[in-house]
Design a protein around this ligand. Structure first.
Ligand code: GLN
Length: 275
């Protein structure tokens, strides 16, 4: 079928903007260029791939899973139903962490760990942007870890990725500990498209959504260097609870919370022996 015929086909099943994006992606063109290729005969293999993506959207899958990738902080990451789709808020977590690292760990070789790495977006981005860093990344889920490993390979990463339930298989100390753990409350109402498609294991964390933070802080002292930055993404109602967990574990430390672009409390940064 031609580009024009496939656009028509797509529009019968999904919104035309989805049809255009999926087709442009499948034949490796920019959406704006499609009009120049209306008579182009799309090879059978690409046609199949396109129709499969159209069906996925029609069934209610997120665009990122149908495309099979997402752009995060300038790099392309493979995503599928085994990993959470990286969010804009998480780019903000990464951006602030890069800023603090350049400020407080200037010209230092640093060890970083990304706890619950999922697709690997956080850890792999930090490794690329912080050339003096050595990055470890763990996830509890084997399927998620294999997506992260694929992304690591595509980005020529030297990061060390391994299976671990939080600190269980980790035996090092770090300068920077970063995590976007699951933080949604078991009974919390979330968008249908998220609930129906993204992995529950990456979203939900007990009645109060705090299970993973409790687990992180349970053994965190064994894994912090004397000077250490902890950077966490948090749910918008969890700031006070998490500050309490931090204080119970680490005593008086410098804590900074930040809102995301939608003005929701979204990040917490903990500075140990960093002035
Ligand atoms: N921010 C994600 C959402 O809105 C949740 C991610 C998480 O639990 N870490 O769905």
């Amino acid at each position: 079928m031609t580009v024009e015929e496939l656009i028509c086909y797509g529009k019968q099943h999904v919104h035309s903007s989805y049809a255009n994006i999926l087709l442009a992606e499948t034949i490796n063109k920019n959406v704006l260029e499609l009009l120049n290729y209306l008579d182009y005969e799309v090879p059978e293999k690409e046609e199949k791939k396109y129709k499969k993506a159209v069906t996925a959207i029609e069934k209610g899958e997120p665009l990122q899973y149908a495309l099979g990738y997402v752009n995060f902080y300038g790099n392309r990451f493979i995503v599928n139903k085994n990993v959470l789709i990286p969010r804009f808020e998480t780019e903000e977590l990464v951006e602030n962490t890069i800023k603090y690292t350049n400020e407080y760990f200037k010209n230092e070789s640093i060890d970083i760990i990304d706890l619950g790495c999922g697709s690997g977006a956080i850890g792999l981005t930090l490794e690329k942007k912080l050339p003096l860093s050595k990055v470890d990344m763990i996830d509890i889920d084997e399927k998620a870890l294999s997506v992260a490993k694929e992304n690591a390979k595509n980005l020529n990463s030297n990061a060390n990725l391994f299976l671990s339930d939080m600190w269980a298989n980790v035996n090092k100390k770090y300068d920077i500990i970063i995590s976007n753990p699951p933080y949604i409350k078991t009974m919390e109402e979330i968008e249908e498209i998220v609930k129906n498609n993204e992995p529950a294991i990456a979203l939900f964390a007990g009645i109060d959504g705090l299970d993973c933070y409790k687990k992180i802080f349970e053994n965190i002292k064994d894994h912090m260097k004397d000077k250490c930055l902890i950077a966490l993404e948090i749910g918008m109602t969890q700031k006070e609870d998490i500050i309490n967990i931090v204080k119970e574990t680490l005593g008086e430390v410098k804590i900074e919370t930040k809102k995301d672009l939608s003005e929701k409390d979204r990040m917490i940064f903990i500075f140990k022996n960093i002035e």
